[in-house]
Design a protein around this ligand. Structure first.
Ligand code: PGA
Length: 244
């Protein structure tokens, strides 16, 4: 696992956007694993800019998002479907809607939806590049501390730490859903290449635990040590002190 400090959030976002851009350029039919959250906002903005400048064809691109809140449909502004439409899919012409996969948080049978999503990844995958953020508690996707290393797409009870961290996207803390559907840790590891991004001092502890090297259920991101092709990009804030 390689960690690179790219200095500022802006530099790092542009760098990761270029990596995604190059992946699509070299393989227009590629499969991308996408993430949401504050970390990804500038990455998608730079990506849209690169797509527009170069008029890249994205019609055959297939995407798989990591997770979705239970109980929010795509019209809810805090849903991840809304986020993806708003920040990426509606910002550039040519995406094929049927190829843009996100778990359905309002499916009548959530267990069945989780199973369907995992099957989809198995049938259409593997994902060529998976983009990941990391939670302050070390989660990836919504795989909270304690998640089984062999987990596949599943229904998750969000921890207090995650509810607190994500309350900034909702009017009140009580509005934050208590559950989500998330790819599991083993679903994420199926990707051929994984890029994890973290910005700001709030992520420093999680990055420190990640690069220490011990795989532990307490910090779900450490499972990435079991994958041969992982890159970690941070800014000055997220870089652990002793690595500076
Ligand atoms: P953030 O979330 O980008 O909003 O900090 C990342 C995550 O929780 O995985």
């Amino acid at each position: 696992m390689k960690i690179t400090n790219l200095g500022t959030r802006s530099y790092a976002s542009f760098y990761v956007a270029c990596e995604i851009y190059k992946t699509i350029l070299h393989c227009p039919t590629c499969k991308l694993g996408l993430a949401t959250g504050g970390t990804m906002v500038d990455i998608y903005k730079f990506l849209v800019d690169l797509l527009k400048r170069n008029q890249l064809d994205v019609s055959q691109l297939e995407t798989f998002n990591l997770d979705e809140y239970v109980g929010l449909d795509g019209t809810h502004e805090a849903s991840y479907r809304y986020y993806m439409n708003d920040i990426l899919f509606k910002q550039y012409d040519g995406f094929t809607e049927s190829l843009l996969h996100i778990p359905n948080g309002v499916a009548p049978d959530l267990e069945q939806e989780a199973h369907r999503y995992e099957q989809l990844i198995n049938e259409k995958g593997p994902v060529d590049v998976q983009i990941l953020g990391i939670g302050e508690n070390g989660h990836i996707g919504f795989n909270e501390p304690g998640t089984d290393m062999h987990s596949v797409t599943h229904i998750v009870d969000l921890t207090e730490s995650t509810i607190e961290a994500n309350s900034r996207f909702f009017e009140t803390r009580d509005d934050v859903p208590k559950q989500a559907i998330s790819m599991g840790l083993s679903s994420i590891l199926k990707a051929k290449r994984i890029i994890l991004v973290a910005f700001g001092e709030k992520k420093q502890k999680a990055i420190e635990a990640l690069i220490k090297g011990d795989v532990t259920k307490d910090v779900p991101a450490t499972i990435l040590h079991a994958h041969p092709n992982v890159e970690v990009y941070v800014d000055d804030g997220a870089m652990p002190d002793k690595e500076k």
